[in-house]
Ligand binder design. Sequence first.
Ligand code: GMT
Length: 377
Amino acid sequence: MRIGIVCYPTFGGSGVLATELGKALADKGHSVHFITYQQPVRLNVFSANIFYHEVRVPTYPLFDYPPYEVALSSTMVDVILNHDLDLLHVHYAIPHASAAYMAKKIVEKVGRKIPVITTLHGTDITLVGRDKTYAPVVTFSINESDSITAVSDNLRKETYNSFNITKEIEVIYNFVDVARFSKKPIDAFRKVIAPNGEKILVHASNFRKVKRVQDVIKIFAEVRKKMPAKLLMVGDGPERPVIEDLAKEHKLLEDVRFLGKQEQMEEILVVSDLFLLPSDYESFGLAALEAMAASMPVISTNAGGLPEINIHGETGFLANVGDVDTMSKCAIELLSDEVVLARFKQNAFEQAQRFDIQNIIPVYEKLYSKYCRMDCQ
Ligand code: GMT
């Protein structure tokens, strides 16, 4: 099949998932056309089946806000017609679903049909999409998609609760390439981070308010009172100055390392012991799943779709949003008992295998084949 993938090219989960999906489809022989404003960060391989089409947004002195959505629709039209796409798969409703609707209508005028599949990822529904500035367009463009998928059952329900959706939303869970995340750890790397055998805790996100990164520091401060430990903070974002101050306040600067945005997450995760994700909301929590694939148990909140991935008392622990006490106690208990920790690591790994890329890609292929022309299978 010839598949157009539209996504945000950044480190955000939706862009990561869309890029990994495209790479896997290309490996299976499909032609994959990424349409976005920048090379996606995880698009770091060469494949004869992968094409990248940059959306250029010309500026003009009249525009305070250059019209990205218009440029995106026009690029979609160009790629659909010139590369004979069989379907468009857009990730994140805003503005991708409405731009795809526009492109679909334009190509219809020249007798070309293009099915549009929209995958909802989370904040496009729960934060941004709900804003009344966007809601009518989001509702319309989701309903106009030929097929709608959500990355967890929770997100599916949230979508029905927040918008007047008249179509079926299929849940297709996010996935992880378990083989990639379960490579043998590089001991030297662990020694650099934790030279005295300290336990290593990790958090990875875009450090936005929704991630409650201050809770990560507070949990780590409690752990650190009980045992030698190191915390790796991966990513970057608006809350970083706040948490740097908090780490300073707790006199933790020696033990907390800010690693910035990282492409080779697997190398960090495989040497680490526990992943912290105390978010206000996660539709899924892809970062936690990647950690589990590297055999890391997860301490998270029970918000959104997290309980669908992190199984309380098996692969980690869940607590209410903001319940730093419970999360700290669970982390300390887990890290203090090597036998229990080893069991949780194994459980986390086994749970990640259920979401392995090999199990999910065929589900997308089956969905695509329902919508694309007879000759594109
Ligand atoms: O978490 C973010 O702020 C980024 C956001 C995105 O759209 O890239 O992530 C969302 O999509 C991911 C991939 O499906 C999910 O794993 C994240 O849980 C979800 N984030 C939220 O719901 C807050």
